[in-house]
Write a protein that binds this ligand. Structure first.
Ligand code: GLC
Length: 529
């Protein structure tokens, strides 16, 4: 059994860290070619230090044809030349550490790029075929895929190759799935972990962590029949126990991308000899409603408690609709299935709620993930169809707008070309009109900006201490809790202003109180009791 979820010792920084997610391609363009890069990140490290974050999670920066934004890795031991070099990555890790910021890299064990040497050799008929899932097709001439599995991006999960066999890809055809029953696949990934831990990274995010293992018979999926042929298979836990032993050698930590509705199954990944943490997608997809949020928080804390793992709090990432946009819509939940072009959005309302949500999530016990641009209150952009790059859009037959709308290059300086993202070439995704109004340089000078709120909140956050969460009695629609150190967080999601509990000091508010000193709708405050 691990420590209680609120415990924090210096080597357990990850139990209460604020972790900033860097989508390198869209962060800052150091060489001016239109694509973000490591030089851009290195130049902006002081910004990240001033924001006060404890760690950076880099989405994949490895050699890649970028068919899925880098989640199609051709070589784990090389940096994509569009982003820089391995030597630069090493410098970046060291420079960040000097500023007190740790680095988390992203590994993608479920699949590789079709340009990875293993897959090229497999296509050439080599023994590497056994490292993937190649099968003959069904039908008289093998013209039908081996089973009916669907890609997570839409369409069949199988593609046929020249000699007539089919290979499995749970994502795009350019992302063939690895065969985790093969010992060479396990050995290779254990070596990749060591490679990055040796280079000083403090943690690893595990992409699609619950999908690696397939039922070797590759049976069709039957609704309601357990176990699922490829989601959350029991064999996964052996893999992660072996990984944990490696992480422990280096003092490294894991965060798993584990999308599972079943809280008990989810918590198995967080047992003391497996992953340290996993993303909280229940909270991330939760609508802006008091009872639903409270239930999500309670369930999160309850599912983590027995395994002693800290919770994580996530409002958005590079796959989902940006927070200010989502909260400004009729349906404030997130669901991939309901994404659509042209959804009406009240950005002022969404921003107001996102400010309150920032104070809510930063007050909860556990670690917080902040996706680049969230601290600027960037909205989801509607990308002109001819500029969309995300395979999710294409494989949906054009119905799904895809995920590019949350990946638009950041605005750094309002008066500079491309809002200061880069200097020479147009950014790889277009920045919408008005993007410079969100620029870092403007917000840094504005006491009412989202950036100022985040900076203040991250600076003040330690006042909540290590205490567990205790709910206080409140009227319907209001959430209030304390964390044992006499500090309260109160959030009003009701339609009318709420009276505040007794307090001696207002530490921070997402919006001003009303003339009667009451907490307006869609507002959060931190109070000293
Ligand atoms: C994860 C990533 C997503 C990627 C997918 C396939 O869900 O977050 O961006 O497309 O895995 O690697």
């Amino acid at each position: 059994m691990g420590q209680p979820s609120h415990a924090r010792t210096p080597d357990q920084w990850w139990r209460s860290a604020v972790i900033h997610q860097v989508y390198v391609r869209s962060f800052a363009d150091g060489d001016g070619d239109g694509t973000g890069d490591l030089a851009g990140v290195r130049a902006r490290l002081p910004y990240l230090a001033e924001l006060g974050v404890d760690a950076l999670w880099f989405t994949p920066w490895y050699l890649s044809p970028l068919k899925d934004g880098g989640y199609d890795v051709a070589d784990y031991r090389a940096i994509d030349p569009a982003f820089g070099t391995l030597a630069e990555a090493e410098k970046l890790i060291a420079e960040a550490r000097e500023l007190g910021i740790r680095t988390i890299v992203d590994v993608v064990p479920n699949h590789v790029s079709d340009q990875h040497v293993w897959f090229r050799q497999a296509l050439a008929g080599g023994p590497e075929r056994a490292l993937f899932h190649f099968r003959p097709g069904r039908g008289a001439r093998g013209e039908l895929p081996p089973n009916g599995w669907r890609s997570q991006f839409g369409g069949p999960a199988w593609t046929r190759v020249a000699d007539g066999d089919w290979y499995l890809h749970l994502f795009a055809p350019e992302q063939p799935d690895l065969n985790w029953a093969h010992p060479a696949v396990r050995r290779e990934h254990e070596d990749i972990l060591r490679f990055w831990f040796e280079r000083g990274v403090a943690g690893v995010r595990i992409d699609s962590a619950a999908l690696l293992v397939k039922d070797p018979r590759l049976p069709d999926f039957t609704e309601g029949r357990d176990p699922h042929p490829y989601v959350d298979r029991d064999e996964l836990h052996d893999i992660y126990r072996a990984w944990r032993a490696i992480a422990d050698e280096y003092g490294g930590v894991f965060v798993g991308e584990v999308w599972l509705p079943d809280a008990e199954r989810f918590a198995r990944y967080l047992r003391p000899d497996e992953l340290h943490t996993a993303f909280n997608f229940s909270f991330m997809t939760c609508p802006w409603e008091a009872t639903r949020l409270r239930t999500s928080i309670d369930e999160t804390l309850a599912e983590h408690a027995p395994v002693g793992a800290p919770a994580t709090w996530v409002l958005c990432n590079h796959d989902v609709t940006r927070t200010v946009t989502r909260y400004g819509r009729d349906d404030t939940a997130f669901d991939f299935a309901t994404k659509a072009f042209g959804t009406p959005t009240d950005l002022a309302l969404g921003t107001r709620r996102a400010r309150a949500a920032a104070l809510l999530s930063l007050a909860l016990p556990g670690s917080v993930y902040l996706y680049q641009g969230e601290e600027l209150g960037l909205p989801e952009a509607e990308i002109p169809v001819e500029r969309i790059q995300d395979p999710m859009h294409f494989r949906s037959g054009g119905a799904d707008p895809g995920r590019d709308g949350c990946r638009v290059p950041l605005p750094w300086a309002a008066e500079e070309p491309y809002a200061g993202f880069g200097s020479r070439a147009e950014p790889w995704l277009p920045q919408p009109a008005g993007w410079s109004s969100y620029a870092v340089d403007r917000q840094a000078r504005d006491p009412g900006s989202m950036l100022t709120l985040y900076r203040e909140a991250i600076r003040i956050r330690p006042v909540f201490g290590d205490g567990p969460l205790t709910w206080l009695p409140t009227p319907d629609g209001v959430l209030a809790f304390t964390r044992a150190e006499g500090v309260l967080c109160v959030v009003n999601l009701a339609d009318t202003p709420a009276d505040l509990p007794a307090h001696t000091e207002l530490l921070l508010g997402s919006a001003p109180l009303d003339a009667d000193g009451r907490l307006p709708k869609d507002t959060a405050v931190w109070l000293r009791a």
